[in-house]
Design a protein. Structure first.
Length: 161
């Protein structure tokens, strides 16, 4: 029987988590306890382990996606199983993408490429994830030059790298 992997709730006030890196891909065999992906909130990073044994049948989110808590992010089961009941998140996202491709193209051609400046929180602190802060310290990177691509103008690890 196929099982959905959900984005875990990482705290009472956490509404979504950013997937920073998938450690598996579709078709990989996984066991209970294997690390599936890394995610982060605005305050911490986590590794999410598999609660099921089987084959990764589908990944419903990609690296860099900000996924609401308790939404399906992957499906694990036996090869050949029907997973259509778990595909609602991906289908809705694909429908939204197909519904407005012309509008998206107009926006891209009309406006020049802009970079997102890091958002400064109350107290003059820059919004930065823990992983990004550690990466910047290890590589001796000046964060004032980072172009934020995370949710709400937050600097994430890939911005530092």
């Amino acid at each position: 029987m196929a099982n959905a992997v959900i984005m875990p709730r990482q705290g009472q006030s956490v509404e979504s988590c950013l997937i920073t890196e998938w450690r598996v891909k579709e078709g990989d065999k996984v066991s209970v306890g294997d690390i599936l992906f890394e995610c982060e909130t605005d305050k911490a990073s986590f590794e999410v382990e598999s609660e099921f044994e089987g084959t990764v049948l589908a990944l419903l989110a990609e690296d860099g996606d900000d996924v609401p808590c308790l939404d399906n992010v992957a499906v694990i089961g036996e090869e050949g199983e029907d997973i259509s009941e778990f595909m609602t998140n991906k289908d809705e996202a694909e429908d939204e993408i197909e519904a407005a491709p012309a509008a998206a193209e107009e926006k891209q051609t009309a406006a020049p490429a802009t970079t997102v400046a890091p958002v400064v929180a109350d107290g003059g602190r820059m919004k930065i994830s823990p992983r990004a802060k550690n990466a910047a310290e290890k590589q001796n990177v000046d964060l004032s030059f980072a172009q934020a691509s995370g949710p709400n103008g937050r600097i994430i690890e890939r911005d530092v790298l």
